[in-house]
Design a protein around this ligand. Sequence first.
Ligand SMILES: C[S@@+](CC[C@H](N)C(=O)[O-])C[C@H]1O[C@@H](n2cnc3c(N)ncnc32)[C@H](O)[C@@H]1O
Length: 248
Amino acid sequence: MRARLIGIGPGGPDELTVAAVHALNDVDVFLVADKQRGVDDLVSVREEICRRHITGEYRVIVVPDPPRDRAPERYGNEVRDWHAARAEAYETVLREQVLDGETVGFLVWGDPSLYDSTIRVVERIRERGIVDLDYDVIPGVSSVQMLAARHRLVLNRIGGPITITTGRRLARDVAAGGDNLVVMLDGGLACTELPGEWDIWWGANLGTSDEELVAGRLSEVRGRIEAARARSKSARGWVMDTYLLRRA
Ligand SMILES: C[S@@+](CC[C@H](N)C(=O)[O-])C[C@H]1O[C@@H](n2cnc3c(N)ncnc32)[C@H](O)[C@@H]1O
């Protein structure tokens, strides 16, 4: 069996590469995880992308995601267990609902290389050895690239490093010396807890029609970010934000 892991960009139905559109048209059956969490249910965005860009026939199988503890005591172990459960759920669908010779597609939000489990889960399926699966990865525009483009930013200072991290890890990465960081997966604006003065370039629902952008000194624009975040959420039912944070 062959699988294609296709980066679909950060939300807008037109933010795909030409290579991604070719790959979409090569797929017989898409497996789409249903996160069953209301605001995070982005299945309909993926369906819209298929409708808009695929000319031939295809099937979509929605695979219910295994339940997951969002605030576990041991984060790494919890995520590994969840990957294993997800691999089993996909494997069952591959064995029972996909025919020999069919090409399977995974629509990966943004780019598959950044904070996404699809490559790890497909590797788990291969390790289990029950389904004979080969795959390739088609890169997509990540939310980080979209943030940089929208704010017309170069992410690194000249010749300098950039840290890409999560809200959960931000304080630790700053304490370790990070002063030029992209922050993802931060539902609570962890940057507002940091000591010192920071400049921020923030974006929510990038690439969609409800995109919001704010930039400036964090202490001065915090209120605008919170209001914009609430607007994006009420417009679309979900909000995802990413920001560049640089010590002032
Ligand atoms: C599970 S990660 C997936 C990242 C994705 N693979 C990528 O390349 O952007 C989800 C996080 O990505 C960021 N994100 C994804 N889509 C976004 C969007 N349209 N606008 C802003 N941030 C987004 C947010 O930080 C969100 O918490």
